[in-house]
Design a protein around this ligand. Structure first.
Ligand code: OOB
Length: 542
């Protein structure tokens, strides 16, 4: 089945699409074609390094050929253009091979995170009617093959499970590649390339449909701003499936520029610093808590970090005091990035002064990123004051995938995305993130929809009601706290029992509440709704 953005999700109106093409933002490139061109231009340059457990490298030619052979193998197994394939791989070379193979035939990767468990994966498989699921054999002590078996039992559409490593009862990914029969009938540039995950505010993640044209523009724009070129050696520290390390400028941006991508198996300094030294890493991207850990560890390290030129920090608010310490500790430039998988990405610039870099979250990539800052009635606030950030532009989606009701709330009638972020704009156009209006917890860059966790806790027989809120945390920025009201007749529960219950339901570990408190009643708002604002302030350290 061929999926076009206009069918499964709203797309850009024709006059916008024409404008974005005329301006040279959308250049008619596809990811499959991009890799082919780079492989032709510089076949022997190193594209990819997977350093663990044994160091493996891929030249551009090798990556291109392996993507071809894997694409042919997927086709031979019946995977077609438009089919959805849930890809849940850690930072391993196969991740890059798999997604380029899927790009080449126009099948859509659905980017699950390694931390996702039964709850999330079941949603991705059933909601997208995925035909295949790609997993590691085991990762971080979790056997993904067992979860995959469960998913196959439950989802008749799910015909294939491909495993990196020991396949168990499934198919080894290494057995899939075969000789291509001829050229691939790949996707058109305006068609969908993949489905990215939204942070989510309601129960389950929404899916974000990105096209080749629009995503490629965000890469080109990011590369220009960050100074990515063929000499860039980028360390992927965060999970490769996340939008930030993928495209800001990320591993896709670096491959676009002909540079070298190195995949870090873990983000801690003990793993990453030796890699920076050995692979002469020039650039990386970190979430604020990791940036803190790196900043603290760098002065005492025996490893040579002098190749580092630029560290991007984003995904959550980076405190000014932490930001001030990064450049001296790591001996490189800092760039703040405020982005979202739905599109809009803001960067501070290489020629910004230090004050701007440490106190703002940057300005948009594109002159055609439209920014509105509005009050609760959608009226523009006076310049310089803070309000809700709305945005529209050449790489910001016009709607989520198959979610018309949600889209009616998350987008204005004229196509602006309601980011849920509260910002103000400085005279030079830089944005400062002041807070958030959406019901979401940002746990050091990992986004939690409270409603998803609440729904799980509500299933506990002793629980009458629950409200999950963010509380400030010095290291993570925010942590999650579940206020629980027990049933009158219930036996008393311990917080740890609530946490265990959530964990055993099969959900990403970062969503398990950090804290649980039992209360008799929630604070109420005027209209009788639970007041999250009140609950949050009740939890502020006094
Ligand atoms: C990135 O993408 P998502 O989709 O996981 O999360 C987007 C949300 C934003 O709406 C905002 O609430 C928050 O994450 N956020 C920040 C921030 N960067 C993202 N809040 C404050 N300061 C920042 N610097 O997180 C993402 C995508 C691409 C590049 C970078 C981050």
């Amino acid at each position: 089945m061929t999926l076009t953005p206009g069918v499964d999700a709203p797309t850009w109106p024709a006059e916008f699409a024409e404008r974005y093409r005329a301006a040279g933002y959308w250049r008619g490139e596809t990811f499959g074609g991009m890799l082919r061109e780079r492989a032709a231009a510089h076949p022997d340059r190193t594209a990819l390094v997977d350093p663990a457990p044994e160091r493996r490298t891929w030249t551009y030619r090798e990556l291109d050929e392996r993507a071809d052979r894997l694409a042919a193998g997927f086709l031979a197994r019946g995977i077609r253009k438009g089919d959805r394939v849930v890809v849940q791989l850690p930072n391993v070379g196969e991740f890059v091979e798999v997604v380029f193979a899927l790009f080449r035939i126009g099948a859509l990767p659905v980017y699950a995170l390694p931390a996702h468990r039964e709850t999330e994966i079941a949603h991705f498989c059933s909601f997208t009617e995925a035909v295949a699921y790609v997993v590691p054999d085991a990762h971080d002590g979790f056997d993904h093959r067992a979860l995959a078996s469960l998913m196959r039992e439950r989802n008749p559409a799910l015909q294939h499970v491909f495993v990196v490593g020991d396949p168990g009862e499934h198919t080894a990914l290494s057995e899939v590649p075969c000789e291509p029969a001829g050229p691939f009938d790949g996707p058109a540039p305006h068609e969908l390339a993949f489905l990215q995950l939204s942070g989510g505010t309601t129960g389950l993640n929404k899916l974000i449909p990105r096209t080749h044209d629009d995503y490629m523009y965000s890469l080109r724009g990011s590369n220009e701003i960050c100074g990515v070129d063929a000499g860039t050696r980028f360390l992927v520290v965060l999970p490769a499936a996340h939008n930030f390390p993928m495209s800001s400028p990320g591993w896709l941006g670096v491959l676009y520029a002909g540079g070298t991508v190195v995949l870090a198996p873990r983000p801690d300094p003990a793993t990453a610093f030796p890699l920076v030294e050995r692979e002469r890493i020039t650039m990386t991207g970190l979430v604020p808590p990791l940036a803190l850990v790196w900043t603290d560890a760098a002065p005492a390290t025996a490893h040579d970090l002098s190749s580092l030129e630029l560290v991007l920090v984003g995904g959550a608010k980076y405190s000014e005091s932490a930001a001030r310490r990064l450049e001296p500790a790591l001996g490189c430039r800092l760039m703040q990035v405020f982005g979202m998988a739905e599109g809009l990405v803001n960067y501070t610039r290489l020629d910004d002064d230090t004050e701007t870099v440490v106190t703002t979250q940057g300005r948009p990539i594109s002159p055609d990123d439209e920014i509105r800052i509005v009050d609760d009635e959608d009226d523009d606030v006076p310049e310089g004051e803070f309000g809700h950030l709305l945005t529209r532009g050449p790489y910001t989606i016009r709607g989520y995938w198959r979610a018309p009701e949600h889209n009616a709330r998350s987008f204005t009638g004229d196509g602006f995305y309601r980011t849920g972020d509260i910002v103000r704009r400085l005279p030079g156009g830089h944005l400062v993130v002041e807070g958030r209006a959406k019901d979401q917890i940002n746990r050091g860059g990992e986004k939690i929809a409270p409603e998803e966790v609440e729904n799980i806790i509500l299933a506990h027989p002793a629980v009458h009601d629950v409200s999950v809120v963010a509380v400030p945390d010095a290291y993570l920025g925010e942590r999650s706290l579940a206020y629980v009201i027990l049933r009158k007749d219930a036996e008393p529960l311990k917080p740890v029992a609530v946490k265990r219950f959530v964990r055993e339901r099969g959900i990403a570990a970062y969503k398990v509440p950090d804290l649980v408190e039992f209360v008799d009643a929630f604070p109420q708002t005027g209209v009788g709704k639970i007041s999250k604002k009140h609950l949050r302030s009740a939890a502020e350290p006094s």
